[in-house]
Design a protein around this ligand. Structure first.
Ligand code: AOF
Ligand code: ZN
Length: 350
């Protein structure tokens, strides 16, 4: 293998193509519904002949897209972020397409443990060499997909923007200008990767949040509003926008798709939202919703933006955990700085 002219550093061939495939995943994350985002690159004689990404639940898989682009892929190597499927779901098996195309080697980063484990053997039985090239970043990305699929619920990110003294809003409920513009733009990047964003009835009524990703894309995640009383009036802009909006409520709400329930425990809400096709959910507030989900231990990830401010005031509008003995242990997985703000990302578990 020869590095392309002007390559700035020596690289491992396998890792480079997996990383390119992963770039496709980063770009399509948030648009594939209950399916995972997958990227694929096909290389023949050192030249990329096919690139593919899974774009939408129900449409062709990444491998199939790349094979279509490649034309004659005989003898080529296929790199993909996820192990090719060997099952017929909404689309036919990728293993079959790979064999038909005459591809001689498959390199993948992450095993698809949500499917049976026959794929690799099937490919090998048809003379395809299969290499597992693990990659920590790619693997961390698919955690959300596996959790959602195994537990039949959305993967939950709690998003908080707080002052250093833990206030999510001042005593009048104002929360708009705690964090800086760069942080707010970053929130849009996060939203772009979600299927849905959830807020409580009060936040919806008071803040009139757009909950979109307008600083980075035109994608609008589904808005989810919880109303224990059914007493919620949609804002005019939400009625006319044509964007999907879900209210979870004990009675039907005008102009909204209502998921009716009497049980408002977060675990029940997650069940309903999964049935509605949502596999990535971001809970954005306000403080009582956030605190409840923390107390019920109903999250996978916490993303917290700290603004360099001390607000003081009462104990209202903070996030809190009421049960000291149940203190959840979190793992710090990422730190980012946005000027004077910091973003900390924690995950649950090992
Ligand atoms: C792949 N390549 O690009 C994706 C895969 O209903 P289907 O046919 O779309 O199959 C969905 C399942 O296939 C999904 O749950 C996941 O296990 C796998 N996704 N597999 O080989 C892809 N998106
Ligand atoms: Zn497939």
């Amino acid at each position: 293998f020869k590095a392309p002219l002007g390559a700035p550093f020596y690289f491992e061939e396998e890792q480079m193509y997996i990383r390119q495939a992963f770039d496709l995943v980063k770009m399509t994350a948030g648009q594939t519904g209950r399916n995972p985002a997958v990227g694929c690159i096909i290389v023949k004689n050192g030249v990329i002949i096919g690139i593919g990404a899974h774009l939408q639940e129900g449409s062709a898989h990444a491998e199939v897209q790349a094979i279509r682009m490649a034309g004659d892929a005989t003898g080529a190597t296929l790199y993909c972020t996820l192990e090719p499927c060997n099952h017929t779901g909404k689309t036919p098996p990728c293993t079959e397409a790979i064999i038909q195309a005459g591809i001689k080697k498959v390199v993948f980063a992450v095993r698809d443990t949500s499917l049976d484990d026959t794929g690799i053997r099937y490919l090998e039985a048809h003379g395809v060499e299969v290499v597992h090239a693990p990659d920590a970043a790619v693997s961390a990305f698919y955690d959300a997909f596996f959790i959602s699929k195994e537990e039949k619920r959305p993967y939950v990110t709690l998003k908080l923007a707080a002052t250093l003294d833990g206030k999510l809003a001042d005593d009048f409920g104002n929360s708009k200008w705690l964090t800086n513009e760069a942080s707010r733009q970053d929130v849009h990047r996060l939203r772009h990767q979600q299927d849905a964003v959830l807020v409580g009835r009060k936040t919806y009524a008071v803040d009139e949040p757009k909950l979109d990703a307008r600083h980075v894309s035109e994608k609008v995640p589904i808005k989810v509003i919880i109303s224990r009383t059914g007493d919620v009036t949609l804002h005019e802009a939400d009625i006319t926008s044509g964007q999907r909006i879900i209210v979870i409520s004990p009675t039907a709400v005008r102009h909204a798709e209502t998921l009716i329930t009497q049980d408002f425990r977060p675990a029940r809400l997650l069940e309903l939202l999964y049935q509605a096709g949502i596999s990535r959910l971001m809970v954005e507030g306000g403080s009582s919703v956030i605190s409840e989900w923390i107390n019920q231990d109903c999250f996978d990830e916490v993303v917290i933006y700290y603004a360099p401010k001390l607000l003081g005031g009462t104990l209202n509008n903070r996030f809190y955990h009421t049960e000291e003995s149940r203190m959840t242990h979190l793992r710090l997985v990422d730190i980012q700085q946005f000027e004077d703000d910091v973003r900390l990302t924690y995950r649950k578990g090992q």
